[in-house]
Design a protein around this ligand. Sequence first.
Ligand SMILES: *Cc1c(COP(=O)(O)O)cnc(C)c1O
Length: 442
Amino acid sequence: MGGADHRERVVGLDKRRVWHPYTEMSRYRERVDPLVIAAASGSRLRDADGREYLDGNASWWTCTLGHGHPRLVAALAHQAQILGHTALAGIAHENAAELAEALCAVAPPGLEHVFFSDNGSTAVEVAMKLCLQYWSQNGRPERRGFVAFEDAFHGETLGVTALGGVEVFRRPFRDVLLDCIHVPPPRHPHDPARAREALEKTLRENAETLAAVVVEPAVQGAAGMQIYAPDYLQFVRELCDRHDVFLVCDEVFTGYGRTGPMWACDHAGIAPDVLCTAKGFSGGMLPMAATLATTRLFEGFLGDPERAFYYGHTFCGNPLGAAVAREVLRVFDDEAVLVHARPKAARIAAAFSALESVPGVARTRSLGMIGALDLEGDAGYLADAGWRVFDLARKRGAYLRPLGNVVYITPSLNIPDEDLDRLLAILSECVCEVASNRSGRG
Ligand SMILES: *Cc1c(COP(=O)(O)O)cnc(C)c1O
């Protein structure tokens, strides 16, 4: 079948049957001419007509090592011939065991036990349930509440939706959610000192009924790549220690070198009681996640069968995902991915700070392999200036899905320099074009 016919058939079936995530479907059906991605390699996506697009966000922040990394492909193919799946309840297998060991070796200190699940949301869901159950069976059953940032994002399940602060994601469910106190994050437009005071007061007044504080360390991804000074994490750690409340770091987006070091926690030199990882954890190859916990938490579930953690997704610890995730860690090591990303991060920082002075650009920021800017105009996830940049960039061969009026890149950590420079050039051209039209009109 020819390229155009093929494309038409896929789009036809898609529009008839597929309910897209984060998408209003009537507008999508009537007005959107979707990309039809047929293949990908390194930092490039290829569509059904053979056109290439630089993957500006590493396919929803997952492909830290690029698409189709030969070592990950080989690990997956090899494992598929040996063992595709086995249950993990009471069964051990090499990949889960070795992966857990390797993960603890690179994790912040004190995280000694690994609970596997399938995705970022479940990694945080596990964290919440671990904390709630720990307190309920270790003498503090009144500790049921959580603290999270005002515009936090921790995923999709009903449990973690309680932690979320992005209003449009939360609104339909707000009357059925667990208790969560939302505090201002320590960054623009909030004053970091006021944010600290608010957290301090929240813990002082509510500690006796709190199970955990949950944070996205150093950068809040879905809130629009909002970066804050990581010394705040030391402050949260101290407060949680003082009040004996668990600290959960959701490193689903920030882990695996996205912000520079392996974990965003490493910027502050702190270790949480629970750490959640997904996305880059399996290099974007398979759905796979892990929740790491301290020995204190682990031991709170020992003894009586009633104290066990009755939780476990069918595919938890899946041997294919675990084999790939092991190989991801080896590639990070062998290819010194974090070291080689540093000069790339500097290129991103330079390109975004150069855009700071463009009229119509309100603010720019960068950290590690993240660069972001706000276009002036309506804020919030449903703002559309970013989509105009998306359309222009698509014509020029780059995929730049925005977050409202936040235009950002989170490319693979090993994106070749020439691809990165091209991505940054396309981004700059498109932003200048959209920003100048806007400021001209306003
Ligand atoms: C993406 C994300 C999640 C949810 O992960 P899924 O794999 O989409 O369920 C949770 N927390 C953060 C910080 C994320 O960026």
